[in-house]
Design a protein around this ligand. Structure first.
Ligand code: CA
Length: 227
């Protein structure tokens, strides 16, 4: 389980990181909102611990932007603010839970466990980006009025990209999570590129707005705007 902790107070950040790592979590630290947002885009996290009072873009701005981009990672807000309206604003902005500083470490652990359980159990049945829609129940994909027919691999690939929309997805991630290749002994990068090209021909080529973008040297991103 990978956790990203966005916290500008170094002492708090390190103490929480150390405590969580003792519990077996992998914890990355970001010291500003911008850094946190960048890491969230490039990495793969199961949970975001977010301080609200940050230099530059504050936690609420980060949260709102994430949710606008349909990034579904669970978010636990940690903050010294404890006014009711702050809590409400945090939850309205897309936070999943809220913990006021100072907090007891066992309570943080309990909240994290609860969110991670919930995150796994929650099933999304439908995705939408611009006019691209995917229904996981009927397995129908469309752009506007146009039905798009995909092979099952292309469907899985698009589903994965939609689940990570707005984030860069590397070939390693696709190999591991879509193709189930756990070893990098036989890289399947060419195979991935072929499938990406086929998918692009179906979901993008006939349409003015392009959604599937290549990030040179890194991977791919499904996004309404070119990266
Ligand atoms: Ca702070």
């Amino acid at each position: 389980m990978r956790i990203l902790f966005v916290e500008d107070e170094q002492k708090v950040a390190l103490a929480v990181q150390e405590g969580l790592e003792r519990e077996g979590y992998q914890v990355d630290l970001a010291h500003s909102g911008e850094e946190g947002f960048f890491m969230l885009n490039s990495g793969q996290y199961d949970l975001l611990l977010l301080d609200l009072m940050l230099p530059g873009r504050d936690g609420l701005e980060i949260l709102k932007t994430m949710r606008q981009k349909n990034m579904t990672v669970p978010v636990l807000i940690l903050t010294a603010r404890n006014a009711v309206e702050d809590r409400v604003e945090g939850l309205d902005s897309g936070a999943d839970d809220y913990l006021t500083k100072p907090f007891a470490f066992p309570e943080l652990l309990a909240r994290i466990r609860a969110l991670l359980r919930r995150g796994r159990g929650e099933q999304i049945m439908r995705f939408k980006m611009a006019d691209l829609e995917m229904d996981l129940v009927t397995r129908k994909v469309s752009r506007g009025q146009n039905i798009i027919t995909l092979t099952s691999r292309e469907f899985d690939l698009l589903e994965y990209l939609l689940r990570h929309q707005g984030q860069i997805v590397s070939r390693e991630m696709l190999a591991r999570d879509v193709w189930g290749e756990t070893e990098r002994a036989t890289p399947i990068d060419n195979l991935i590129d072929v499938h990406i090209a086929r998918l692009r021909r179906k979901i993008d080529d006939p349409f003015a707005q392009k959604l599937l973008h290549t990030v040179r040297g890194v991977g791919f991103i499904l996004s309404e705007e070119a990266p």
